[in-house]
Design a protein around this ligand. Structure first.
Ligand code: FES
Length: 97
């Protein structure tokens, strides 16, 4: 996922906006990310991903999601249809020497 891709598709909240919000507001709990343009308060698809981003930020990492934005959006469509969360394919870790 690229910085300008939307993590919360309901409210069009990008990864970049969420990163900026966390750096500026320093939310103590993931649910405070809802104060960033309503992220997570629509269909709830993005909630586990918001929690993951907050966990990364709290650990001092640059928050990121390892999914293609298309696969992420398709996962939401499936979730809204069935109520089930499909597993999203994560890319293979890069080998480093
Ligand atoms: S995608 Fe975030 S609430 Fe629906």
């Amino acid at each position: 996922m690229q910085p300008d891709d939307h993590v919360c598709l309901c409210f069009r909240v990008s990864l970049r906006k969420l990163r900026t919000y966390m750096h500026r507001e320093r939310p103590r709990v993931p649910s405070q990310l809802s104060e960033c343009l309503g992220a997570g308060t629509g269909c709830h698809w993005c909630v586990p991903f918001l929690e993951d981003l907050h966990r990364q930020w709290a650990a001092g990492e640059e928050p990121a999601l390892p999914f293609a934005s298309e696969a992420y959006a398709e996962g939401r469509v499936s979730y809204r249809r069935s109520g089930e969360r499909p597993g999203l394919e994560r890319p293979e870790p890069k080998e480093t020497d």
